[in-house]
Design a protein around this ligand. Structure first.
Ligand code: MLT
Length: 304
């Protein structure tokens, strides 16, 4: 009997991949063989010595001390691509929210009070105040051309946008062969200087932390929009806020709650819901449960 500990939010469809005649699955369990986790910070949790594998029901593994665990022989699995569609859809929503000032317009409409005439006047004022931008013909720069970045590129192309891409680890030509009609940028600087919207799809590492800083923001096109649905820390928020205040940036949409950003009129913050759809939660849970089951039973590594 294998013992699996589930630390949080693992969809039932994933748990059903672990047949109960061979697996005991519980959130508190003595001597687990494996742990399934979504967002819990495993850096702060003592991992029992019986654990042979950890499955992260998501793409990023920065909540898991991978080097420490693999050093002691624990296999770490993640679910690359399993939530890519969900994130892509939220990036698309973010792009539209920013382009059409939807957050600000919604707040404005909610605060309207008065009789029909007052409302009518306010509506006229709102129309002037919230004049937005259309997407066709504008350029989206995608940094990071993995499963999510390529999907974002494809949807932008379908909307009539130009797409340029840069990836620190794979060539744009390779990404292009894989799926998407994305033109290569020579470097991050080249990309940020040519894009109207910039979307980030890279993990947070020492190399990517503050990849977007004041210097890089300065070379961006006036009116550029930043979309960060990847990891908090990739953009230097203080530099972004300064550029928004100066009117150099048009908007900043990020999938992270932030006290510093939340009240800024040109910022939209979300509570990291990119992967929070029923479908994505199920896909991620199924993918990691299958990997863990295969690894425990056969020693095979389907993906890591
Ligand atoms: C991911 O890395 O795929 C996301 O952070 C998943 C999640 O929200 O749990």
């Amino acid at each position: 009997m294998f013992k699996i500990q589930t630390l949080n939010n693992i969809a039932v469809a994933g748990l059903n991949r672990l047949p109960r005649d061979r697996y005991e699955v519980a959130s508190e369990i003595a001597h687990p063989d494996a742990i399934l986790v979504r967002s819990a910070n495993m850096h702060e949790i003592e991992i029992p010595s019986t654990v042979k594998a950890i499955g992260r029901a998501g793409a990023g593994v920065n909540n898991i001390p991978v080097a420490r665990l693999t050093g002691r022989g624990v296999a770490v699995f993640n679910a690359p691509g399993a939530n890519a569609n969900a994130v892509k859809e939220l990036v698309l929503a973010g792009m539209l929210l920013a382009a059409r000032n939807i957050g600000q317009a919604w707040r404005f409409a909610r605060e309207l009070e008065g009789d029909d005439e007052a409302i009518h006047k306010a509506v006229e004022a709102g129309k002037k105040q919230f004049v937005g931008l259309e997407l066709p013909g504008r350029t989206l720069g995608v940094i990071g051309l993995g499963a999510i970045g390529v999907k974002v590129a494809n949807v932008a192309r379908a909307l009539g946008m130009r797409v340029i891409g840069y990836d620190p680890t794979i060539t744009v030509q390779r990404a292009w062969q894989l799926e998407s009609d994305v033109q290569p940028a020579l470097s991050i600087d080249d990309l940020v200087s040519r894009a109207d919207f910039i979307s980030f799809h890279v993990p947070l590492t020492d190399e990517t932390r503050h990849m977007i800083n004041a210097e890089r923001i300065r070379i961006m096109r006036p009116g550029a929009v930043l979309l960060n649905f990847s990891r908090d820390g990739i953009i230097d928020d203080a530099a972004a806020v300064e550029a928004l205040d100066q009117g150099h940036l048009y908007a900043y949409v990020c999938d992270f709650p932030s006290n510093r950003l939340k009240d800024h009129p040109r910022v939209i913050t979300l509570p990291h819901i990119g992967a929070s759809t029923c479908e994505a939660e199920e896909n991620c849970a199924v993918m990691v449960a299958d990997q863990i089951r295969d690894y425990l039973e056969t020693g095979n590594v389907l993906n890591s």
